[in-house]
Design a protein around this ligand. Structure first.
Ligand code: HNI
Length: 147
């Protein structure tokens, strides 16, 4: 089981407590689709992804980005059992959506970059370390069904 210190718990809560889910979710997903264009293949039904401008202004992508961030909320509220919390979501991504699990890491890296840019100097190495730990646990839980 993953052990969280009080400091780590409060760092994670404060990152999410100060987050604009719609904005950050949209920016992280757009960045992922632009930087790693092969991730676009799962979003064929989402409309125009022709270029960066199209992706950045696609309302379906923005809405989905917010949905993904709200998905992270579940991990935040169940930090001591992220694996079980994501069991169903892991099955969905592997068996129904067939998302390559490497992509979880790519999206979480994009999320880190968006949050770092927003937090500026407050995104210290310690904050980054805690946030990376949180995302690593999320990525591992989402990948569980693939193991
Ligand atoms: Ni993901 C649906 C959470 C990574 C492609 N995804 C969801 C839903 C949540 C979610 C929540 C909605 C489920 C439902 O409707 O019951 N996804 C997450 C989280 C991560 C993640 C927390 C990682 C941090 N998803 C990814 C990645 C891809 C991805 C990396 C592809 C590159 N997800 C999808 C697709 C859907 C989806 C595709 C279905 C969208 C739809 O509405 O058709």
């Amino acid at each position: 089981m993953v052990v969280w210190s009080d400091q780590e718990r409060s760092t994670i809560s404060s990152i999410f407590g100060n987050l604009d889910y719609n904005d950050v979710g949209a920016k992280a997903l757009c960045r992922c689709l632009i930087v790693y264009p092969w991730t676009q293949r799962y979003f064929g039904a989402f409309g125009n992804l022709y270029n960066a401008d199209a992706i950045n202004s696609n309302p379906n992508i923005a809405a989905h980005g917010a949905k993904v961030l709200h998905g992270l909320d579940r991990a935040l509220k169940n930090m001591d059992d992220i694996k079980a919390t994501y069991a169903e979501l892991s099955v969905l991504h592997s068996e129904k959506l067939h998302v390559d699990p490497d992509n979880f890491k790519l999206l979480s890296d994009c999320l880190t970059i968006v949050i770092a840019a927003r937090m500026g100097a407050a995104f210290t190495p310690e904050v980054q370390a805690t946030f990376q730990k949180f995302l690593a646990v999320v990525v591992s839980a989402l990948g569980k069904q693939y193991h």
